[in-house]
Each structure stands twice: as structure tokens, then as C-alpha cells.
Ligand binder design. Sequence first.
Ligand code: SAM
Ligand code: SF4
Length: 334
Amino acid sequence: MNSSDPAQLIDRFGRKVDYLRISITDRCDFRCVYCMAEDMTFLPRTQILTLEEIYTLAKAFAELGVKKIRVTGGEPLVRKGALGLLEDIGRIESLNELVITTNGSHLAPMAASLKKAGVKRINISLDTLDADKFKAITRTGNLEQVLKGIQAAKAVGFERLKINAVILKNRNHLEVCDLVRFAVDNDIDISFIEEMPLGIISQHDRSEAYYSSDLIKADLAREFTLITSTEKTGGPSRYFKVAGSRTRVGFISPHSENFCSTCNRVRLTVEGRLLLCLGNEHSVDLKKVMRAHPGDMAVLKQAIIDAMSIKPEKHEFNIHEQPILLRHMSVTGG
Ligand code: SAM
Ligand code: SF4
């Protein structure tokens, strides 16, 4: 590469990778039924990336043209030092966007510091507005605390807030209109996510709980007018505007719609595995590279560039099968 060319990550299919999602912990204070089993074994400390390693990786990716980083988990805000890490990443000049995904449980006390650290937008998971159902879905969560977190984030004034709701048949599928109304009333966005078969869970059969984006759209049409949005967010969500509001409703439909041709992202697992596709196991162990060559940015960057050649063309999710047994979303970084 010519030294005047800005470094870029391009895969075999010509897709430019400029978005990195980092899972900074596999731990969480919730045990959402679609994400975790009730009794989870978490990774030992030696197996996960240190905060310094995560920062070095973020910097390497930014130097290779990554413009957006999402910090997620597990619950990112339960990792000790998360705020300092976000501040450090927030100072990387070439990054345009630092965003996080959180369950909202720690948001109320942290919202102002997150804004100060340079976090631009926050996705907050909220599957129901019914306190009992919330408890049942998250097993350990407290709805009130999350709602307070959302209000705190609103008060601080992030560029945009978005709710993520995973919809499961017979658990929360009757609440999609309530959730959109909540989003409209609070002037925030919302995305509905089809459940993905990641990791072994104990409480339900994923194929029986499947509730498609098309069904949700039909449910919403009874109460709202959804206007197709031409806005491109660079993500898998297909967006609609709720008529008469600023709220956008997105649908992440890995089963009913394939969004792989425009995929611009890769994921870093909490163990330092660079995962080239959420629905496949193609990966490169960047922790091994870093620990074998401490401080050698050139070697690390070359390993990242080389990894692009194994990014798969598309995911192969099948709700009736269990293709990815051992990797929960919390390790992968949802
Ligand atoms: N703890 C944070 C949270 O819940 O927002 C961040 C990590 S969580 C793994 C990120 C997102 O993944 C959440 O919106 C969650 O609802 C979603 N998620 C978890 N497991 C999923 C699954 N099996 N299928 C689809 N979405 C899932
Ligand atoms: Fe925790 Fe988020 Fe998984 Fe729920 S979805 S268990 S909040 S990591």
C-alpha cells in the first residue's frame, strides 16, 4: 500500500469494513431468556482481553479505516474500568462514532459520564413495559431502573437513543404497539429484532418462539402508519418513520431478510477473537497475535488485514437448527 493511501479493510466481496463491535465482557447482571441460560459459567479473567488490549485493538482498527466502534457485551457497563476505556477510545481522532449497547441497568448514574467520554448514541434493550414480564424475560432485571436510565440518558442529550426489543411469540409479541408508543412519546427510535440461534438456552424452543418482522409490521399497522425511510444507517435494520413523529422503527430480520450484501462490520469477542460474521465461526485469534508480539502494531494490523480474506459472503442462520452452540450473544457482542 502506498503511504499516501488511507489504510482500508476490504473483503473478497468488495465490502468495506469500517464498523467494529467490541464485546468488553461476557458478564451481565441480567440473564435474558433468549441470550443466556439461567446458570452461566463466565470466562476466567486470563482468557479475556485486558482493557489495554482492547484499546490497542480499537486503535489498530481505527488506523485501518474503521470509523465507528460499538462497545457492547455482556453488559458493558458492569466491567470495572469501562468508563476509562470509553474515554480512551473516545479520544481516537479518526473515529467518527463511539456508541454503546446496554441493558440500561447502570445508565442512570453513568449517563452524564458516558456523554462526557464521547459516546454519541446509545442502544438500550427493552423488551416489555410490564414489570412482571420484564422480570420474567430478564430473570434478574428491574424495569424501573432501566426506565430511569432511559430518562437520564434523554436528559443528558445524546445524539440519538434507540430501544432494541427482541420479540418472542407468546412472551411479548402483544406489546409491540406499546413499545412503539413508548418510543414515540419519548422521541426515540426502536428496532425489533428476530431472535437468533446463538448459544444454548434453557427456557424456550427458539423455533416455537419465532415471531417474524412481517408479523410485527402487520401488528403495528393497526395503530401506526409506517412510512418507508430511504435513510441509510449502514446497518442491518430496515427503517420506517412513524407518521407524525420523529421516531424511526427498524427491523432486524436475520431469518426473513438477508442483509449480508451490505455488511460493513466485524466483531471482536471478549476473548479477542475477531469474528468476521455473526452467523459463522470464521475468526482470527487477535489476542494470540498481540500476546505473541507485545507492542507490535504492524504485526497486529497485518493480522487484521489478512483476516478480511476469510469474511464469509453471508450468514446461514436457521431457526430450526442450532448452528452455533457454544457462542452466546454476550460473548460475541450483540
Ligand atoms: N447487555 C446489553 C444489552 O442487552 O443491550 C448489550 C449486549 S446484548 C447481547 C446486545 C443485544 O443483543 C440486545 O439488544 C439483546 O436483546 C440482543 N440479543 C441477545 N441475544 C439475542 C439472540 N439470541 N437473538 C437476538 N438478539 C439477541
Ligand atoms: Fe445481559 Fe444483554 Fe444478554 Fe440480556 S441481552 S443477558 S442484558 S447481555
